[in-house]
Design a protein around this ligand. Sequence first.
Ligand SMILES: *Cc1c(COP(=O)(O)O)cnc(C)c1O
Length: 351
Amino acid sequence: MIPPAAGPTLRISHRRFLANIDAVRMRIAPSELMLVMKDDAYGHGLEWAVDAARGDVDLFGGYDIPTSLRIAARAPGARVFAWATSAQHEVEEALHAGVELGVGTTAYLRRVIAAAERLGRRARVHLKIDTGLRRNGMRPEEWPEAVAEAAAAQRAGLLDVAGVWSHLAEASDEEDDAAAAEFRRAVAAVRTAGARPAALHLTASAASWWRPELRGSVCRIGAFCYGIRSADGPEIPGVRPIAALTAPVIAADGDGGDAVIGIGALHGLPSTLAGVRIATPAGLRELTRIDELRSSVRGWPGAAPGQEVRLFGPGAHGEPDATALAERIGTVGEEIVTRLTPAVGRVVTAA
Ligand SMILES: *Cc1c(COP(=O)(O)O)cnc(C)c1O
């Protein structure tokens, strides 16, 4: 009854990934793209993505140091930025590999300076000002002292202040404008202290695309390069999802119209997605329930094992995009893709 069908698969288009990167780079020029690759390149798989992008992209964002080291090993000559506050031994590995570090606390600044001193290697740091998000970053009141310490370490040959950065809440234009003003004050203070940071970066996908006046010399962009639009946001011209999630039919009751597909909650498909319409060879059909390893589709009399459904993708078969699924359950498209477990195969195709 149940054939040894292939399992659920994320089918990824190499061509679309490069096309998105191109569209993003054109849009943000002359700002430089930092391609953000955290969470295993947003669930698409890090290694192939670095291989694909490295001819076009010279600056990568790895979030944590282990991820950044993987990128650096695969893209010799590229610059890699790691902004997770990390332990001393990781900082030392980062300095060895030439990974640039985001520094959002005075304590971490001192740790990086100490590591540079021990290794006899200059650290390249990007100082982070907290412009209101209050997640990570130095508050304006601690900024002058941190900048003075960084400038002194630069004069001592221990580090270069290569950048100043922050992260926007993107909750409202007014808040983002206030954050940008705070950011400009922070940059001015760094210049007054004698440093000349070349990389100024504040914006991620949405603000980089829609708020050109907030772009710095660098834009940190993940989502749009993978074709994931913002929740409740519009389609982005020239940007398409690069991946489609497929699952095989593993059982069907003939004329009854009910089919069972081989994907479920344990593959990372939120069970709250029940009710969504997915693409089948017969057209859009309702996903009625999501169990641990399988799910049910209703109203599909011709279903037969070996056929394949598409749960999300670029829409060529009418399937929703990942963000449309996310909107149903109050989350973001990134979450839908990054939750998929390693049990979901990743297949990268040229087309
Ligand atoms: C994830 C992340 C980004 C990229 O955001 P997107 O919306 O995916 O483009 C940029 N900056 C920081 C600090 C991030 O954590």
